[in-house]
Every structure is written in structure tokens, then in C-alpha cells.
Design a protein around this ligand. Structure first.
Ligand code: F6R
Length: 241
């Protein structure tokens, strides 16, 4: 595992952005695994700015997102479909039918999980997966206790995850209680993984990740089984390391 130490959020975003752009330039048909939330936002801003300034092209790039809330339609401003469109896709020349996110409004959710898993296979797997980390160590929406063997599945969100994400909603009650997420085994099949960690709120999780044991009680620890993980963290997140 490689650790890149950065001063702050801006520098973390820049370092990650540069790695992603390099990969796309050397493989314009790359399949990118994407995350939502506060952590990757600066990276997406970098990709947008680079696309405008340097003309990096996304016409043949494919993307698969980690997760989506159950019960929110794609048009819902709190859905991850909406987040991705507003914060990245609409600013790039990526074609809409190359961008994939689990459908949390599907009528048959179990079937949707199987479809998503199959889709990732058909794309030839994820070349580069971007991950954030939850304060409880979740990756994607794989909460503590999720088997490392899990594939794309339906989850009940932990209370502290819903609390953390309630900042995007009007109230805690509005945060969906369930989501579809790529499983841990699905994530581990990515050829390369970039784990982004920023801010003091993530310092304990990062300490546990770096120095703790590998356990299903701390989902991110599964990444220690992967041979190509780069952690890019800022000074606040690295407080204890
Ligand atoms: C989002 C995701 C989550 C987030 C994590 C951190 O698609 O899969 O695992 O990466 O909850 O969220 P932020 O970045 O908002 O702190």
C-alpha cells in the first residue's frame, strides 16, 4: 500500500486528479469506479477544469458508481444520480449511456443488484476505483459487519452514516434507511484503488485503517488484501499517523 501525504483538501484533490487524468490519457477506454460525498468533490472539480483547459477526453471512458440510496428517483436532488450529473458528468464529454449507477428506484431491487454486478463484469471490471471512507470504516455503503465476500447488495444504513449524511437533507428522517452498494468483493476486484481521506473527522478511521487489524467489523480493512491501493490523505486526517 502506498501513502501520499498532502497538506490539505485542495492538495489531496489535486494529487488524485492528476493520477486519474494520467490513467485516462494512457487508456482512453478506462472504466472508472466513482464515489459521491464531500471527499471526491474537489477531484471532480479538478477533472472538469482539466477537461476545459487541457482537453482530456471522456468519450470512451465508462464509469460505475459505488452506490445509490433506495427509494430516491434519479431526478431527486439527494440521489447520487443527481449528484454525479451536477458535479461531474454534465461538465464532461462522457456519454450518458457510459455512466452507470445502481437504480435505487428499481421495482425489483434484488434483480437490480444482479444486473449491476453483471454489468461490471461485462465492462471488464473497474480499472481505477475512487473510494472515500466513513467514520465507521465503511467503503461504498458496506457497513461494519458486511462479509468481505459480499457482491452488490441491499444494505440498511448505520445510524451514524445516516446522521453524517443528513447534512445534505432537511432532516435526519429524510435520509433513506437503505441503499444499494457494490459489495466488498466487487470493490476488491478493481485493478487499482485510490482511497481519499480528508479532515480531522476521519483521523480515527484512518488510524484504524493503517494500524488496526483486518476485520469485517472495519470494512475498509479489506483493502489490505488488495495489492494496488494508494491512500491519499491530508494533514488533518493524518493527525494520529
Ligand atoms: C459514497 C460512498 C461512501 C463515502 C463515505 C464518505 O459514494 O460510497 O462510502 O465515500 O461515506 O463520505 P464523505 O466523503 O461525504 O465524507
Amino acid at each position: 500500500m502506498k501513502l501520499i501525504r498532502t497538506e490539505n483538501y485542495a492538495e489531496m484533490s489535486l494529487e488524485a486528479g492528476k493520477i486519474i487524468v494520467d490513467k485516462i490519457r494512457s487508456n482512453p477506454r478506462l472504466t472508472l469506479g466513482l464515489a459521491t460525498g464531500s471527499t471526491p468533490k474537489g477531484v471532480y472539480d479538478y477533472l472538469i477544469q482539466d477537461h476545459g483547459t487541457n482537453g482530456t477526453r471522456y468519450q470512451q471512458v465508462k464509469s460505475v458508481n459505488l452506490d445509490e440510496y433506495i427509494g430516491l428517483k434519479a431526478q431527486d436532488p439527494n440521489s447520487y444520480h443527481y449528484f454525479m450529473r451536477q458535479n461531474l458528468f454534465k461538465h464532461l464529454d462522457i456519454s450518458e449511456h457510459h455512466t452507470h449507477i445502481p437504480n435505487g428506484a428499481a421495482s425489483d431491487l434484488k434483480q437490480e443488484c444482479l444486473r449491476y454486478e453483471q454489468l461490471i463484469k461485462e465492462l471488464g471490471g473497474v480499472d481505477l476505483q475512487i473510494l472515500g471512507i466513513g467514520q465507521n470504516g465503511h467503503i461504498g455503503f458496506n457497513e461494519p459487519g458486511t462479509p468481505f465476500s459480499s457482491r452488490t447488495h441491499i444494505v440498511t444504513l448505520a445510524k451514524n452514516t445516516r446522521e453524517a449524511n443528513s447534512r445534505f437533507f432537511n432532516s435526519f428522517e429524510e435520509v433513506p434507511a437503505h441503499a444499494i452498494t457494490m459489495g466488498i468483493a466487487t470493490i476488491l476486484e478493481s485493478k487499482e484503488i485510490l482511497l481519499l481521506v480528508s479532515g480531522e473527522k476521519k483521523a480515527e478511521a484512518l488510524l484504524k485503517f493503517m494500524n488496526g487489524e483486518i476485520s469485517e467489523e472495519f470494512p475498509a480493512s479489506a483493502l489490505k488484501h488488495h495489492e494496488n491501493v494508494t491512500v491519499i490523505a491530508d494533514r488533518d486526517a493524518l493527525k494520529y499517523i
